[in-house]
Design a protein around this ligand. Structure first.
Ligand code: NAI
Length: 401
């Protein structure tokens, strides 16, 4: 981000050639300047595709800006377009490039040859962006002499002499936050006029210095904000505990006060392109009758998912089970529900395991204490262990102790 200045004094470098573009007014807003690199990049792509001219409408469609915005932006520099002709891509790109200064070769150094410094040296093409990368410095003696692309890491003690001789104008800071202020002060004294600052310390207040503070994390947050607006939070957030237990005998179960049993057949359907997990469930008993439900779950973030469940008719159920996932035979289980000390438990007994069963309890909040009944023999807490999800058990058919 540009620092305190709200606009830039735009000056033509050197003499103004006849017929070249002269800005209408010397002060150009930061937002226009900010859009120029994008124009430049788009026009470069158009050029590569062999497109020679483009109307402001077409350019606006591609860049997702309004045509009038584009006309206004480019008018700041005297207007490049011609009525009924549009813009000459190469000419416009050339002029924007010249306004940006990509044809200059400002001497640039990197301070900090750690992970980021090396990545920037290797992956950013400085020379097509008006800068010439001439040196990389680091305070760590172990990095001295190490090759980074075509450059050799120099010690910080060599910085002063280097700057006196080579007169670089720009520096890229890839050093820890705690070092930034002091290094920036030193760079100012050594004639550096622009800092591309990655070090998570917002530099400001340097007279006559251009500072561009970069925070990739901020850009990621913009993305998160977008997702947060796009994807609804699940309304129902379950906090549950799940235990693998020894399978109680029928006698033990029937002795539990108020216990109720239902039978469940759960069939997992093939996964559609959006990755949603689909399941149909038949629940009830032969004597009381059956209800059928369809559930679709989509993970939206870790531990958060959107769950849609609706009751379906028996015939809908029967047609949906035809889409069952071939590697996941239906889960057939008996669910026993009961209360113990004011807590509500669900105990599932699966047709494929004589030895083990699972027990679940839903909690009000994460720190709630669970009181387990004495007749429950816990093997271990398997909360959050995906191997005990029913969709996984349908595949493995094994309650691993
Ligand atoms: P790193 O630890 O790999 O590299 C830092 C380098 O700076 C080391 O080689 C160290 O010897 C050198 N250094 C320390 N003090 C110095 C000084 N006074 N003069 C010259 N060199 C000095 O760290 P990494 O991963 O390269 O990150 C560098 C900085 O960039 C960190 O502050 C990190 O938080 C930040 N960063 C910022 C990002 C952003 O989006 N702005 C993204 C990633 C990292």
């Amino acid at each position: 981000m540009f620092t305190a200045e709200v606009s830039f004094l735009y000056k033509q470098p050197g003499k103004i050639k006849e017929g070249s573009i002269v800005p209408k007014n010397d002060r150009i807003s930061v937002s226009v300047i900010k859009r120029l690199p994008r124009y430049y990049r788009f026009l470069g792509e158009l050029s590569q595709q062999g497109i020679e001219r483009i109307s402001s409408r077409e350019l606006s469609d591609r860049m997702k800006l309004t045509a009038s915005q584009i006309r206004q932006d480019l008018n700041c520099f005297g207007g490049f377009g011609q009525q009924g002709y549009g813009y000459n891509v190469a000419e416009l790109r050339g002029e924007i490039g010249r306004i940006l200064g990509v044809d200059r070769q400002f001497g640039t150094i990197i301070i900090g040859a750690g992970n980021l410094g090396r990545a920037i040296a290797a992956h950013i093409n400085f020379s097509t962006r008006g800068c010439r990368l001439t040196a990389i410095f680091d305070i760590d003696p172990a990095l001295n002499g190490r090759q980074v692309g075509e450059l050799t890491v120099r010690p910080m003690t060599a910085l002063e002499d280097f700057c006196r001789e080579e007169r670089p104008l720009a520096a890229v800071l890839c050093i820890p936050k705690s070092e930034t202020q002091q290094v920036a002060d030193q760079l100012t004294r050594l004639g550096i006029r622009a800092i591309w600052n990655f070090s998570h310390y917002d530099l400001s207040g340097y007279e006559g210095m251009i500072v561009e503070n970069v925070h990739l994390g901020d850009s990621l947050l913009t993305l998160t904000y977008g997702l947060n607006s796009l994807i609804p939070r699940s309304e129902h957030h379950e906090i549950e505990r799940k235990y693998l237990i020894r399978r109680p005998t029928d006698d033990e179960l029937s002795a539990v006060n108020g216990i109720k049993r239902t039978d469940i057949v759960q069939t997992y359907l093939s996964v559609p392109e959006n990755g949603a997990r689909r399941r149909v469930r038949k629940r009830g008993t032969d004597s009381a009758g059956w209800t059928y439900t369809y559930t679709e779950k989509t993970d939206v973030s870790f531990g958060d998912r959107i769950e849609n469940e609706r009751e379906i008719s028996r015939s809908e159920y029967e047609s949906l089970i035809k889409e069952s996932s071939p590697d996941r035979p239906p889960i057939v289980k008996s669910r026993y529900v009961f209360d113990y000390r004011g807590q509500f438990f669900e105990l599932d007994i699966y047709d494929f395991s004589d030895e083990y069963a699972t027990l679940e309890i839903e909690l009000e909040s994460i720190g709630d204490e669970v009181f387990l009944p004495p007749y429950i023999n816990v093997v271990r807490d398997v909360t959050g262990d995906k191997r005990y999800n029913n969709s996984e058990l349908a595949r493995t058919r094994s309650l691993i102790p």
